[in-house]
Design a binder for this molecule. Structure first.
Ligand code: FE2
Ligand code: FE2
Length: 331
């Protein structure tokens, strides 16, 4: 074991399981000397990690490593590239696995919105969706671990991550879809559902007051714009494309872009509409403060009722939590 005392500066802690045996850590790894509280260099960047290293650390009851703050970007990239292996690792506590998937997905979606025409970014999105679906299949509580650290402030990219997560989890639980590839198509649709907004003027998207008719007409273009942008760089599978296109269709026919009605709207699009509205209502917007979950649900079950497939909305409410105050709104 190396014992050089690292130059003391700012460090952050990670779980040992994140550094996967058989990979190269791209950053220096340190542990904390229990006696002195100082950070000690354990492995240099580019030194391969192996199973013996892990065993040896665990024998010494070390399951936390420390990285320098300035290595954050290299670490984030490492996590993204190895996410599937990391979340399969049973040494990593499920809460931490959920947090990693959420943070990584948010980074990726931030990049996607900055450069929606990058084929590489769309491929990164696909990889994150695979990890997300894997987590949800593996752990029934994954959704709650992943969203535990979700921001209450609205950013289009975190909204897309939230919609994707809720849509995958509810498709599995409420629609009974358990085919992994189908859940990945659904997850990708959720991630990209608002990608068309990247083409709209920021002044309209962030406008605090009521939109003019012209501005609202612009907003209504985002589903079809989303299909156009992605079509140039990747072939979206049918269910992903359906979610991008139809997540604003309303049960009463007042939605857009096609004005479909009732059961003519495919189930997964009806569910996407519910999840999309729920996430938007429960985060801070420029024109409205975040509502508490039960307030959002009450609004959806009363004033907005006509928009949704009511049976599906009731099932969604039960999914959110049958034991809390929300259940009183179930008919
Ligand atoms: Fe949308
Ligand atoms: Fe949305």
């Amino acid at each position: 074991m190396r014992t050089d005392v690292a130059q003391q500066g700012e460090f952050f802690a990670i779980h040992l399981a994140i550094m996967q045996p058989g990979t190269m850590a791209p950053v220096d790894l340190h542990f904390k000397d229990k006696a002195t509280g100082r950070f000690v260099l354990y492995k240099n960047a580019q030194t391969p990690l192996d199973h013996e290293t892990r065993e040896r650390l665990l024998e010494h009851a070390v399951d936390v490593l420390y990285l320098r703050k300035e290595d954050q970007d290299a670490y984030d990239e490492y996590v993204e590239q190895n996410i599937s292996a990391i979340i399969r690792d049973d040494l990593l506590p499920p809460e931490q696995a959920g947090e990693l998937v959420y943070k990584s997905s948010s980074h990726v979606m931030q990049d996607v919105f900055e450069d929606p025409r990058s084929g590489k970014n769309l491929q990164r999105t696909q990889n994150m969706v695979e990890a997300m679906v894997l987590s949800i299949i593996k752990d029934p509580d994954a959704l709650w671990h992943m969203t535990a650290m979700a921001s209450h402030d609205y950013y289009t990219y975190t909204h897309c991550v939230n919609v994707s997560l809720f849509l995958v989890a509810t498709s599995e639980k409420l629609l009974g879809i358990n085919d992994q590839r189908m859940l990945e198509q659904i997850g990708l649709g959720g991630m990209l559902h608002d990608i068309g907004k990247s083409q709209l003027p920021a002044e309209i998207l962030a406008k605090p007051g009521k939109l003019t008719a012209e501005e609202f007409a612009k907003i209504k273009e985002h589903p079809l714009l989303g299909l156009q942008i992605t079509a140039a760089h990747m072939k979206l599978r049918p269910t992903s494309a359906l979610i991008v296109r139809s997540h604003h269709e309303h049960f009463n026919g007042a939605g857009y872009p096609d004005g479909m009605t009732g059961d003519a709207i495919p189930q997964v699009a009806r569910l996407a509409n519910i999840v999309d509205v729920y996430d938007a209502l429960t985060t801070n917007r420029t024109y409205a403060a975040a509502r508490k979950p039960y307030e959002a649900i009450e609004l959806m079950l009363t004033q907005m009722k006509e928009e949704f497939d009511f049976g599906m909305l009731s099932a969604f409410v039960r999914f959110l939590g049958p034991k809390d105050a929300r259940s009183q709104f179930i008919p």
